[in-house]
Design a protein around this ligand. Structure first.
Ligand code: SF4
Ligand code: SF4
Length: 476
Protein backbone atom coordinates (compact mmCIF):
# COMPACT_ATOMS: atom_id res chain seq x y z
CA UNK A 1 0.00 0.00 0.00
CA UNK A 2 2.83 2.35 0.84
CA UNK A 3 4.30 1.78 -2.58
CA UNK A 4 0.96 2.58 -4.19
CA UNK A 5 0.27 5.76 -2.25
CA UNK A 6 3.81 6.92 -2.97
CA UNK A 7 2.82 7.01 -6.61
CA UNK A 8 -0.09 9.41 -6.05
CA UNK A 9 1.30 12.65 -7.29
CA UNK A 10 0.78 15.80 -5.27
CA UNK A 11 -0.02 18.02 -8.17
CA UNK A 12 0.19 21.71 -8.76
CA UNK A 13 -3.34 22.76 -7.77
CA UNK A 14 -3.19 26.23 -9.34
CA UNK A 15 -5.58 25.09 -12.10
CA UNK A 16 -8.33 25.30 -9.47
CA UNK A 17 -7.86 29.07 -9.16
CA UNK A 18 -9.89 29.81 -12.27
CA UNK A 19 -12.05 28.16 -14.90
CA UNK A 20 -10.13 26.56 -17.74
CA UNK A 21 -12.31 28.44 -20.21
CA UNK A 22 -11.27 31.83 -18.84
CA UNK A 23 -7.81 33.36 -19.41
CA UNK A 24 -5.71 35.48 -17.00
CA UNK A 25 -7.54 38.62 -18.14
CA UNK A 26 -10.94 37.05 -17.49
CA UNK A 27 -11.65 36.63 -21.20
CA UNK A 28 -13.55 33.60 -22.48
CA UNK A 29 -11.42 30.89 -24.09
CA UNK A 30 -13.42 29.09 -26.77
CA UNK A 31 -13.31 25.29 -26.44
CA UNK A 32 -12.75 23.24 -29.60
CA UNK A 33 -13.24 19.65 -28.41
CA UNK A 34 -12.03 16.85 -30.63
CA UNK A 35 -14.80 14.61 -31.97
CA UNK A 36 -15.15 11.73 -29.49
CA UNK A 37 -15.45 8.09 -30.54
CA UNK A 38 -15.58 4.81 -28.67
CA UNK A 39 -17.86 2.46 -26.81
CA UNK A 40 -19.13 4.95 -24.22
CA UNK A 41 -19.84 7.52 -26.92
CA UNK A 42 -21.79 4.82 -28.77
CA UNK A 43 -23.82 3.94 -25.67
CA UNK A 44 -24.50 7.60 -25.05
CA UNK A 45 -25.79 7.99 -28.62
CA UNK A 46 -28.36 5.27 -27.91
CA UNK A 47 -29.42 6.75 -24.59
CA UNK A 48 -29.67 10.23 -26.14
CA UNK A 49 -31.70 8.89 -29.09
CA UNK A 50 -34.24 7.31 -26.72
CA UNK A 51 -34.48 10.42 -24.53
CA UNK A 52 -34.80 12.77 -27.50
CA UNK A 53 -37.48 10.58 -29.04
CA UNK A 54 -39.35 10.64 -25.75
CA UNK A 55 -38.94 14.42 -25.41
CA UNK A 56 -40.09 15.33 -28.91
CA UNK A 57 -42.99 12.87 -29.09
CA UNK A 58 -44.11 13.39 -25.46
CA UNK A 59 -46.61 16.20 -26.16
CA UNK A 60 -48.29 14.10 -28.89
CA UNK A 61 -48.70 10.93 -26.82
CA UNK A 62 -52.12 10.81 -25.18
CA UNK A 63 -53.21 8.80 -22.17
CA UNK A 64 -56.94 8.88 -21.37
CA UNK A 65 -57.19 11.68 -23.95
CA UNK A 66 -54.60 13.76 -22.09
CA UNK A 67 -50.93 14.41 -22.88
CA UNK A 68 -48.33 12.29 -21.15
CA UNK A 69 -46.99 15.40 -19.44
CA UNK A 70 -48.40 18.90 -19.23
CA UNK A 71 -47.08 21.57 -16.89
CA UNK A 72 -49.53 24.38 -17.47
CA UNK A 73 -48.30 26.90 -14.92
CA UNK A 74 -50.51 29.64 -16.38
CA UNK A 75 -53.78 27.77 -15.76
CA UNK A 76 -52.38 25.81 -12.79
CA UNK A 77 -53.21 22.52 -14.46
CA UNK A 78 -50.78 19.62 -14.44
CA UNK A 79 -51.09 16.31 -16.22
CA UNK A 80 -48.78 13.40 -15.45
CA UNK A 81 -49.27 10.15 -17.36
CA UNK A 82 -52.82 11.19 -18.22
CA UNK A 83 -53.78 12.05 -14.63
CA UNK A 84 -54.95 15.59 -14.06
CA UNK A 85 -53.62 17.35 -10.96
CA UNK A 86 -55.23 20.46 -9.57
CA UNK A 87 -53.95 23.22 -7.30
CA UNK A 88 -55.62 21.20 -4.49
CA UNK A 89 -53.08 18.44 -5.17
CA UNK A 90 -50.16 20.82 -4.73
CA UNK A 91 -49.04 19.05 -1.54
CA UNK A 92 -48.25 16.03 -3.74
CA UNK A 93 -46.00 18.19 -5.90
CA UNK A 94 -44.24 19.61 -2.88
CA UNK A 95 -43.57 16.08 -1.61
CA UNK A 96 -42.52 14.90 -5.06
CA UNK A 97 -40.18 17.89 -5.36
CA UNK A 98 -38.60 17.09 -1.98
CA UNK A 99 -38.24 13.44 -2.97
CA UNK A 100 -36.63 14.49 -6.27
CA UNK A 101 -34.07 16.68 -4.47
CA UNK A 102 -33.23 13.87 -2.08
CA UNK A 103 -33.01 11.43 -4.96
CA UNK A 104 -30.55 13.70 -6.77
CA UNK A 105 -28.43 14.03 -3.62
CA UNK A 106 -28.39 10.29 -2.99
CA UNK A 107 -27.72 9.51 -6.61
CA UNK A 108 -24.85 11.99 -6.73
CA UNK A 109 -23.29 10.64 -3.54
CA UNK A 110 -23.14 7.19 -5.13
CA UNK A 111 -22.71 7.83 -8.85
CA UNK A 112 -21.32 11.37 -9.05
CA UNK A 113 -22.45 13.40 -12.06
CA UNK A 114 -23.61 10.49 -14.17
CA UNK A 115 -26.86 12.40 -14.81
CA UNK A 116 -24.94 15.32 -16.38
CA UNK A 117 -23.20 13.14 -18.93
CA UNK A 118 -26.00 10.78 -19.81
CA UNK A 119 -29.38 12.42 -19.25
CA UNK A 120 -29.06 16.19 -18.78
CA UNK A 121 -30.96 17.97 -21.59
CA UNK A 122 -28.19 20.60 -21.81
CA UNK A 123 -25.51 17.95 -22.48
CA UNK A 124 -27.71 15.92 -24.80
CA UNK A 125 -28.70 18.92 -26.93
CA UNK A 126 -25.18 20.35 -26.91
CA UNK A 127 -23.14 17.21 -27.52
CA UNK A 128 -25.58 15.07 -29.45
CA UNK A 129 -27.26 17.65 -31.69
CA UNK A 130 -25.54 21.02 -31.90
CA UNK A 131 -21.96 19.73 -31.68
CA UNK A 132 -22.71 17.03 -34.26
CA UNK A 133 -24.00 19.67 -36.69
CA UNK A 134 -20.86 21.71 -36.03
CA UNK A 135 -18.59 18.74 -36.83
CA UNK A 136 -20.67 18.00 -39.91
CA UNK A 137 -20.47 21.53 -41.31
CA UNK A 138 -17.13 22.82 -40.04
CA UNK A 139 -15.17 19.60 -39.54
CA UNK A 140 -13.26 18.34 -36.50
CA UNK A 141 -11.57 20.58 -33.95
CA UNK A 142 -8.50 21.49 -36.04
CA UNK A 143 -10.62 22.52 -39.03
CA UNK A 144 -12.89 24.53 -36.72
CA UNK A 145 -9.90 26.39 -35.30
CA UNK A 146 -8.57 27.06 -38.79
CA UNK A 147 -11.99 28.30 -39.94
CA UNK A 148 -12.25 30.73 -37.03
CA UNK A 149 -8.78 32.13 -37.74
CA UNK A 150 -9.59 32.51 -41.42
CA UNK A 151 -10.58 35.95 -42.76
CA UNK A 152 -14.22 36.24 -43.77
CA UNK A 153 -14.31 34.68 -47.22
CA UNK A 154 -16.95 32.74 -49.17
CA UNK A 155 -16.20 29.43 -47.44
CA UNK A 156 -16.37 30.91 -43.97
CA UNK A 157 -19.58 32.85 -44.67
CA UNK A 158 -21.24 29.77 -46.14
CA UNK A 159 -20.18 27.43 -43.34
CA UNK A 160 -20.93 29.81 -40.49
CA UNK A 161 -24.21 30.86 -42.14
CA UNK A 162 -25.31 27.24 -42.60
CA UNK A 163 -24.31 26.32 -39.06
CA UNK A 164 -26.10 29.19 -37.36
CA UNK A 165 -29.18 28.78 -39.57
CA UNK A 166 -29.34 25.09 -38.57
CA UNK A 167 -28.79 26.05 -34.92
CA UNK A 168 -31.64 28.54 -35.06
CA UNK A 169 -33.99 26.07 -36.77
CA UNK A 170 -33.32 23.49 -34.04
CA UNK A 171 -33.70 26.11 -31.32
CA UNK A 172 -37.14 26.96 -32.74
CA UNK A 173 -38.04 23.26 -32.69
CA UNK A 174 -36.90 22.92 -29.06
CA UNK A 175 -38.81 26.08 -28.11
CA UNK A 176 -41.98 24.70 -29.73
CA UNK A 177 -41.60 21.40 -27.87
CA UNK A 178 -40.90 23.20 -24.63
CA UNK A 179 -44.03 25.33 -25.08
CA UNK A 180 -46.09 22.24 -26.01
CA UNK A 181 -45.29 20.83 -22.56
CA UNK A 182 -46.65 24.03 -21.00
CA UNK A 183 -49.73 24.85 -23.04
CA UNK A 184 -50.41 21.59 -24.91
CA UNK A 185 -50.04 20.78 -28.62
CA UNK A 186 -53.54 21.97 -29.56
CA UNK A 187 -52.93 25.48 -28.22
CA UNK A 188 -49.45 25.52 -29.76
CA UNK A 189 -50.95 24.56 -33.12
CA UNK A 190 -53.34 27.49 -32.87
CA UNK A 191 -50.45 29.87 -32.13
CA UNK A 192 -48.54 28.61 -35.16
CA UNK A 193 -51.43 28.53 -37.63
CA UNK A 194 -53.64 31.45 -36.65
CA UNK A 195 -52.82 35.15 -37.15
CA UNK A 196 -50.11 36.45 -34.80
CA UNK A 197 -52.43 39.27 -33.68
CA UNK A 198 -54.64 36.66 -31.96
CA UNK A 199 -51.75 35.03 -30.10
CA UNK A 200 -49.15 37.70 -29.62
CA UNK A 201 -48.31 36.52 -26.06
CA UNK A 202 -47.75 32.93 -27.22
CA UNK A 203 -45.84 34.08 -30.27
CA UNK A 204 -43.59 36.31 -28.17
CA UNK A 205 -42.96 33.39 -25.79
CA UNK A 206 -41.95 31.25 -28.77
CA UNK A 207 -39.55 33.91 -30.03
CA UNK A 208 -38.02 34.42 -26.57
CA UNK A 209 -37.57 30.68 -25.94
CA UNK A 210 -36.04 30.21 -29.41
CA UNK A 211 -33.64 33.10 -28.80
CA UNK A 212 -32.62 31.75 -25.40
CA UNK A 213 -31.97 28.23 -26.71
CA UNK A 214 -30.05 29.59 -29.69
CA UNK A 215 -27.84 31.79 -27.48
CA UNK A 216 -27.20 28.93 -25.06
CA UNK A 217 -26.22 26.34 -27.66
CA UNK A 218 -24.49 28.60 -30.18
CA UNK A 219 -22.47 30.75 -27.75
CA UNK A 220 -22.91 30.10 -24.04
CA UNK A 221 -22.41 26.34 -24.26
CA UNK A 222 -20.31 24.73 -21.48
CA UNK A 223 -20.62 27.93 -19.42
CA UNK A 224 -24.11 26.74 -18.45
CA UNK A 225 -22.52 23.72 -16.71
CA UNK A 226 -19.51 25.50 -15.25
CA UNK A 227 -20.98 28.87 -14.28
CA UNK A 228 -24.79 28.69 -14.16
CA UNK A 229 -25.91 25.18 -13.18
CA UNK A 230 -26.41 24.91 -9.39
CA UNK A 231 -26.11 21.12 -9.54
CA UNK A 232 -22.56 21.39 -10.83
CA UNK A 233 -21.64 23.76 -8.04
CA UNK A 234 -23.04 21.38 -5.42
CA UNK A 235 -20.61 18.62 -6.38
CA UNK A 236 -18.03 19.80 -3.87
CA UNK A 237 -20.34 19.03 -0.95
CA UNK A 238 -22.05 15.96 -2.40
CA UNK A 239 -19.13 13.85 -3.54
CA UNK A 240 -17.02 11.81 -1.17
CA UNK A 241 -14.18 9.37 -1.63
CA UNK A 242 -16.56 6.52 -2.42
CA UNK A 243 -18.51 8.40 -5.10
CA UNK A 244 -18.11 6.94 -8.57
CA UNK A 245 -16.78 9.60 -10.91
CA UNK A 246 -14.84 9.66 -14.14
CA UNK A 247 -11.28 9.73 -12.95
CA UNK A 248 -7.73 9.28 -14.03
CA UNK A 249 -5.87 6.40 -12.36
CA UNK A 250 -2.75 8.24 -11.29
CA UNK A 251 -1.44 5.20 -9.39
CA UNK A 252 -1.20 3.40 -12.69
CA UNK A 253 -0.53 6.39 -14.95
CA UNK A 254 2.17 8.33 -13.09
CA UNK A 255 4.87 9.33 -13.58
CA UNK A 256 3.63 10.17 -17.04
CA UNK A 257 5.93 10.57 -20.00
CA UNK A 258 6.14 10.19 -23.76
CA UNK A 259 6.44 6.75 -25.23
CA UNK A 260 9.87 6.15 -26.75
CA UNK A 261 10.38 3.43 -29.30
CA UNK A 262 12.94 0.75 -28.54
CA UNK A 263 13.40 1.98 -24.99
CA UNK A 264 12.26 -0.09 -21.97
CA UNK A 265 9.49 1.89 -20.21
CA UNK A 266 10.08 2.69 -16.59
CA UNK A 267 7.35 5.32 -16.36
CA UNK A 268 3.60 4.94 -15.69
CA UNK A 269 1.02 4.06 -18.34
CA UNK A 270 0.11 7.67 -19.23
CA UNK A 271 2.05 8.55 -22.37
CA UNK A 272 1.08 12.22 -22.08
CA UNK A 273 -0.58 12.17 -25.50
CA UNK A 274 -3.18 14.76 -24.38
CA UNK A 275 -6.00 12.96 -26.21
CA UNK A 276 -8.14 13.01 -23.04
CA UNK A 277 -7.72 16.78 -22.91
CA UNK A 278 -8.40 17.38 -26.61
CA UNK A 279 -11.81 15.67 -26.47
CA UNK A 280 -13.01 17.41 -23.32
CA UNK A 281 -16.02 19.67 -24.06
CA UNK A 282 -15.34 21.76 -20.95
CA UNK A 283 -11.63 22.11 -21.71
CA UNK A 284 -10.20 20.46 -18.59
CA UNK A 285 -7.43 17.94 -17.99
CA UNK A 286 -8.96 14.98 -16.16
CA UNK A 287 -5.46 14.05 -14.93
CA UNK A 288 -5.69 17.00 -12.53
CA UNK A 289 -8.35 15.11 -10.59
CA UNK A 290 -12.09 15.61 -10.06
CA UNK A 291 -13.07 19.11 -11.08
CA UNK A 292 -16.24 21.16 -10.96
CA UNK A 293 -16.18 21.52 -14.77
CA UNK A 294 -16.27 17.77 -15.45
CA UNK A 295 -19.73 16.83 -16.73
CA UNK A 296 -18.91 13.10 -16.79
CA UNK A 297 -19.38 12.94 -20.55
CA UNK A 298 -17.07 9.88 -20.93
CA UNK A 299 -15.23 11.37 -23.94
CA UNK A 300 -11.88 11.14 -22.11
CA UNK A 301 -12.49 7.47 -21.23
CA UNK A 302 -13.00 6.63 -24.90
CA UNK A 303 -10.01 8.73 -25.97
CA UNK A 304 -7.69 7.10 -23.44
CA UNK A 305 -9.00 3.58 -24.10
CA UNK A 306 -8.18 4.05 -27.78
CA UNK A 307 -4.61 5.01 -26.83
CA UNK A 308 -4.27 2.07 -24.41
CA UNK A 309 -5.43 -0.28 -27.23
CA UNK A 310 -2.76 1.20 -29.50
CA UNK A 311 0.08 0.81 -27.03
CA UNK A 312 -1.07 -2.61 -25.84
CA UNK A 313 -1.98 -1.65 -22.26
CA UNK A 314 -5.22 -2.54 -20.46
CA UNK A 315 -8.08 -0.08 -20.90
CA UNK A 316 -9.33 1.97 -17.97
CA UNK A 317 -6.48 4.38 -17.22
CA UNK A 318 -9.32 6.92 -17.27
CA UNK A 319 -12.50 5.24 -16.05
CA UNK A 320 -15.49 5.28 -13.74
CA UNK A 321 -14.01 4.76 -10.27
CA UNK A 322 -14.03 6.22 -6.77
CA UNK A 323 -11.04 7.97 -5.19
CA UNK A 324 -10.76 5.11 -2.72
CA UNK A 325 -10.52 2.58 -5.53
CA UNK A 326 -7.75 4.56 -7.18
CA UNK A 327 -5.83 5.13 -3.96
CA UNK A 328 -6.08 1.45 -3.06
CA UNK A 329 -4.74 0.53 -6.50
CA UNK A 330 -7.83 -1.42 -7.55
CA UNK A 331 -7.74 -1.95 -11.29
CA UNK A 332 -10.99 -2.25 -13.23
CA UNK A 333 -10.85 -6.05 -13.31
CA UNK A 334 -10.17 -6.21 -9.56
CA UNK A 335 -13.75 -5.21 -8.71
CA UNK A 336 -14.64 -5.28 -5.05
CA UNK A 337 -18.09 -4.45 -3.70
CA UNK A 338 -18.64 -0.70 -3.40
CA UNK A 339 -18.78 0.52 0.14
CA UNK A 340 -22.29 1.52 1.20
CA UNK A 341 -21.61 4.43 3.54
CA UNK A 342 -23.72 5.59 6.48
CA UNK A 343 -24.60 8.73 4.53
CA UNK A 344 -25.91 6.66 1.60
CA UNK A 345 -27.93 4.50 4.00
CA UNK A 346 -29.49 7.55 5.67
CA UNK A 347 -30.42 9.16 2.32
CA UNK A 348 -31.84 5.85 1.08
CA UNK A 349 -34.09 5.41 4.13
CA UNK A 350 -35.50 8.94 3.80
CA UNK A 351 -35.94 8.50 0.06
CA UNK A 352 -37.80 5.20 0.37
CA UNK A 353 -40.03 6.69 3.08
CA UNK A 354 -40.85 9.72 0.94
CA UNK A 355 -41.55 7.62 -2.12
CA UNK A 356 -43.83 5.44 0.02
CA UNK A 357 -45.78 8.47 1.24
CA UNK A 358 -46.11 9.88 -2.28
CA UNK A 359 -47.18 6.48 -3.63
CA UNK A 360 -49.82 6.15 -0.90
CA UNK A 361 -51.09 9.69 -1.49
CA UNK A 362 -51.29 9.16 -5.25
CA UNK A 363 -52.87 5.77 -4.84
CA UNK A 364 -55.51 7.01 -2.46
CA UNK A 365 -56.04 10.34 -4.22
CA UNK A 366 -59.78 10.56 -4.81
CA UNK A 367 -61.18 11.71 -8.13
CA UNK A 368 -63.57 13.95 -6.22
CA UNK A 369 -62.58 16.82 -3.94
CA UNK A 370 -65.20 18.24 -1.62
CA UNK A 371 -65.57 21.20 0.73
CA UNK A 372 -68.59 21.59 3.01
CA UNK A 373 -69.14 24.76 5.03
CA UNK A 374 -72.05 25.97 7.06
CA UNK A 375 -73.75 28.82 5.15
CA UNK A 376 -72.27 32.12 6.25
CA UNK A 377 -74.31 34.19 8.66
CA UNK A 378 -76.75 31.35 9.42
CA UNK A 379 -77.41 29.67 12.74
CA UNK A 380 -79.70 26.72 13.50
CA UNK A 381 -83.41 26.67 12.70
CA UNK A 382 -86.11 24.83 14.58
CA UNK A 383 -88.38 22.78 12.33
CA UNK A 384 -92.12 22.24 12.76
CA UNK A 385 -91.58 18.74 14.17
CA UNK A 386 -89.23 20.06 16.89
CA UNK A 387 -85.98 19.04 15.19
CA UNK A 388 -83.09 21.35 14.38
CA UNK A 389 -81.63 22.10 10.94
CA UNK A 390 -78.48 23.76 9.58
CA UNK A 391 -77.85 25.09 6.06
CA UNK A 392 -74.59 24.11 4.34
CA UNK A 393 -72.83 25.10 1.13
CA UNK A 394 -70.97 22.43 -0.77
CA UNK A 395 -68.25 22.75 -3.45
CA UNK A 396 -67.35 19.60 -5.39
CA UNK A 397 -64.34 19.29 -7.70
CA UNK A 398 -64.32 16.54 -10.30
CA UNK A 399 -60.72 15.57 -11.23
CA UNK A 400 -61.82 12.78 -13.59
CA UNK A 401 -62.43 12.96 -17.34
CA UNK A 402 -66.18 12.23 -17.07
CA UNK A 403 -69.12 14.18 -15.63
CA UNK A 404 -70.29 12.64 -12.34
CA UNK A 405 -73.86 12.89 -11.01
CA UNK A 406 -73.60 12.91 -7.22
CA UNK A 407 -75.82 12.22 -4.27
CA UNK A 408 -75.17 13.73 -0.83
CA UNK A 409 -75.89 11.59 2.25
CA UNK A 410 -75.54 12.13 5.96
CA UNK A 411 -73.31 9.39 7.33
CA UNK A 412 -73.00 10.36 11.00
CA UNK A 413 -75.13 10.85 13.01
CA UNK A 414 -78.14 9.26 11.34
CA UNK A 415 -80.40 12.06 10.18
CA UNK A 416 -82.06 13.70 7.25
CA UNK A 417 -80.46 15.67 4.43
CA UNK A 418 -82.39 17.84 2.01
CA UNK A 419 -80.82 19.29 -1.12
CA UNK A 420 -81.67 22.84 -2.12
CA UNK A 421 -82.48 22.94 -5.84
CA UNK A 422 -81.76 20.28 -8.46
CA UNK A 423 -79.56 17.20 -8.17
CA UNK A 424 -75.87 18.00 -8.66
CA UNK A 425 -73.84 16.77 -11.63
CA UNK A 426 -70.18 17.77 -11.51
CA UNK A 427 -68.79 18.39 -15.03
CA UNK A 428 -65.62 16.58 -16.13
CA UNK A 429 -62.59 18.39 -14.66
CA UNK A 430 -64.94 20.97 -13.34
CA UNK A 431 -66.56 22.42 -10.26
CA UNK A 432 -70.13 22.31 -8.97
CA UNK A 433 -71.72 24.26 -6.14
CA UNK A 434 -74.78 23.37 -4.12
CA UNK A 435 -76.55 23.80 -0.80
CA UNK A 436 -78.36 21.42 1.53
CA UNK A 437 -80.05 21.24 4.90
CA UNK A 438 -79.12 18.71 7.59
CA UNK A 439 -81.88 17.95 10.09
CA UNK A 440 -81.16 16.31 13.47
CA UNK A 441 -83.29 15.44 16.45
CA UNK A 442 -82.61 17.24 19.70
CA UNK A 443 -81.38 14.04 21.39
CA UNK A 444 -78.69 13.67 18.71
CA UNK A 445 -77.07 16.98 19.55
CA UNK A 446 -73.93 17.04 21.64
CA UNK A 447 -74.12 20.62 22.85
CA UNK A 448 -73.64 23.67 20.66
CA UNK A 449 -71.43 21.90 18.15
CA UNK A 450 -72.10 18.37 16.95
CA UNK A 451 -69.65 16.78 14.51
CA UNK A 452 -71.31 15.51 11.34
CA UNK A 453 -69.95 13.41 8.51
CA UNK A 454 -71.23 13.87 4.96
CA UNK A 455 -70.80 11.28 2.18
CA UNK A 456 -70.65 12.10 -1.55
CA UNK A 457 -71.89 9.18 -3.65
CA UNK A 458 -71.81 8.46 -7.36
CA UNK A 459 -75.54 8.54 -8.16
CA UNK A 460 -75.08 6.02 -10.98
CA UNK A 461 -73.81 3.15 -8.84
CA UNK A 462 -74.24 4.38 -5.26
CA UNK A 463 -70.46 4.23 -4.73
CA UNK A 464 -69.01 6.37 -1.95
CA UNK A 465 -66.60 8.83 -3.61
CA UNK A 466 -65.59 11.15 -0.80
CA UNK A 467 -66.45 12.13 2.75
CA UNK A 468 -66.34 15.49 4.49
CA UNK A 469 -66.49 16.50 8.16
CA UNK A 470 -68.21 19.57 9.49
CA UNK A 471 -70.15 20.69 12.56
CA UNK A 472 -73.81 21.14 13.30
CA UNK A 473 -74.84 24.15 15.37
CA UNK A 474 -77.48 23.58 18.03
CA UNK A 475 -78.89 25.43 21.04
CA UNK A 476 -76.79 25.72 24.22
S1 SF4 B 1 -12.97 15.41 -18.02
FE1 SF4 B 1 -13.69 13.72 -19.31
S2 SF4 B 1 -15.73 13.24 -18.58
FE2 SF4 B 1 -15.17 15.21 -17.70
S3 SF4 B 1 -16.06 16.68 -19.14
FE3 SF4 B 1 -13.95 16.34 -19.79
S4 SF4 B 1 -14.04 14.70 -21.29
FE4 SF4 B 1 -16.00 14.72 -20.21
S1 SF4 C 1 -5.35 9.89 -23.07
FE1 SF4 C 1 -4.61 8.51 -21.49
S2 SF4 C 1 -2.47 8.26 -22.03
FE2 SF4 C 1 -3.13 10.05 -23.14
S3 SF4 C 1 -2.66 11.77 -21.77
FE3 SF4 C 1 -4.75 11.15 -21.34
S4 SF4 C 1 -4.54 9.74 -19.64
FE4 SF4 C 1 -2.52 9.92 -20.54
Amino acid sequence: MEEITDRIIHRDESFRDRLTTVDEKGKRKWVYPKKPAGRFTRYRHWVAAVLLLFLFTGPFIKVNGYPLLLINIVERKFVIFGNVFWPQDMYLFVLAFLAAILFIILFTVIYGRIFCGWACPQTIFMEMIFRKIEYWIEGDYMQQKALDKMPWNREKILKKGAKYAAFYAISVLIANTFLAYIIGVEELYRIITEPISQHWVGFTALLVFSGVFYTVFAFFREQICTVVCPYGRLQGVLLDKNSIVITYDEVRGEPRGKLRKNEPRTLGDCIDCMQCVYVCPTGIDIRNGTQLECINCTACIDACDAIMDKIGKPRGLVRYASRNEIEQGRYPDAEKPKKFTARMAAYSVVLVMLLGIIGALLFTRGMIGVRVMRAQGTFFQKTENGNFSNLYNIKIINKSHQAVPVQIKLLEPVGKIQLVGNAITVPAEGLADGAFFVELEKKQLAGMKTPVKIGIYDARNNKLLQTAQTTFMGPM
